[in-house]
Design a protein around this ligand. Structure first.
Ligand SMILES: [Zn+2]
Length: 356
């Protein structure tokens, strides 16, 4: 296909050039000897232009051939800002590395904030400055509740209070940039333990002008990140590499799983929304993740662009667990959810051994 376009371009230029050559020869036959030298110079210039035009077609053709065929779209989003874990130094490291990689790979993004992580004695300003870095880099921020509360363990009134408390700083930071707080991401993707709770929460979010930030590509990056962080603390390079060698293929399996599910349920691949966490593993290896997505034909889009997909207006089922919205839409239609890819056993074993 690319080759065909390339050949057509070349033929077009040659036929245009053929017209120029014919015209030049016609002019030359009409010329007297006195004008011949000047005409030869003009002809040399015309030939140079032809050569350059032909070369540019060849180069353009090569560039186009190497451009991946973007047939899929994904909005990459980050939870738990400024960072899931770590002291100020680590949070600074994670922020800088993530922002550098996002820029390098032209990935638009939005980060969901837990403002409870900002209020550390003598560090509030520095931690808040990390959020400003996201905005200064041109990215958005959203609310992820103040203290990352688990919806199952809190009465609605307390959840509401925590959610509203989580707006204060983010609102001010967004206002500084001429923006307003628009998106809410449920911690653990849990939208309410009962139908009544979910309805009350949906109403609260609508009243406060929020758009819910759904996730279609849900995954267990946090499990890999927890074991990676431990290995990094011990400077165990071998284990760190082993974890990364398992992480990227695992994430690719998760993508393949939800792409297939989307086609089976919707009849097409939805504009995907990916959940990642602001942690060391992603900070160190976002380049490889972006590369994997590009290889699968993904173009990176903003969350608002992804939400233009009509699938996001489908009813989402009330479920206790944190689930992909693809599963929520399926369950709302009375369909069963499908088992998701699992992380390798050595990752699960390490994760549980650290939690004991
Ligand atoms: Zn979270």
């Amino acid at each position: 296909m690319r080759g065909l376009i390339w050949r057509e371009d070349l033929q077009a230029v040659l036929s245009e050039n053929h017209a120029i050559i014919s015209w030049t020869l016609a002019v030359l036959t009409e010329l007297r000897w006195g004008q011949y030298v000047r005409a030869r110079l003009s002809l040399a210039m015309i030939c140079s232009c032809l050569l350059l035009a032909t070369l540019s077609v060849i180069i353009n053709g090569q560039e186009r051939s190497s451009t991946p065929n973007f047939r899929r779209e994904v909005a990459v989003t980050f939870d738990d800002l400024p960072a899931t874990h770590g002291d100020l130094l680590k949070m600074r490291y994670i922020t800088s590395k993530l922002l550098e990689s996002l820029k390098r790979n032209n990935v638009p993004t939005i980060g969901f904030v837990n403002e409870g992580k900002l209020l550390v004695r003598d560090e509030a300003d520095e931690r808040t400055a990390l959020l400003r870095q996201w905005l200064d880099a041109g990215y958005e921020l959203g609310n992820h509740t103040y203290s990352h509360v688990s919806v199952d363990q809190l009465p609605f009134v307390a959840y509401k209070e925590d959610l509203i408390r989580g707006e204060a700083v983010t609102k001010v930071l967004l206002r500084e940039q001429g923006l307003s707080l628009k998106y809410f991401r449920h911690p653990q993707l849990r939208t309410g333990p009962t139908p009544e709770y979910k309805k009350a929460l949906d109403n609260l979010l609508a009243e406060r002008g929020y758009t819910i930030a759904p996730v279609t590509i849900d995954n267990n990056d946090y499990i890999f990140a927890a074991v990676y962080a431990r290995a990094k603390e011990r400077n165990d390079r071998e284990l760190m590499n082993k974890i990364v060698r398992a992480y990227i293929p695992y994430m690719e399996q998760v993508f393949a799983h939800f792409e297939k599910l989307s086609v089976e349920f919707l009849g097409y691949e939805v504009k995907q929304t990916l959940l990642l966490h602001a942690n060391e593993l992603n900070a160190d290896h976002l380049d490889e993740l972006a590369q994997m997505m590009k290889k699968r034909g993904y173009r990176f889009i903003s969350l608002s662009e992804a939400l233009k997909d009509k699938a996001y207006s489908l009813p989402d089922a009330q479920v206790k667990k944190g689930l992909s919205w693809l599963h929520r839409w399926m369950i709302a239609k009375g369909l069963e959810m499908r088992p998701e890819p699992l992380e390798p056993e050595f990752i699960t074993a390490l994760f549980h051994s650290y939690r004991r």
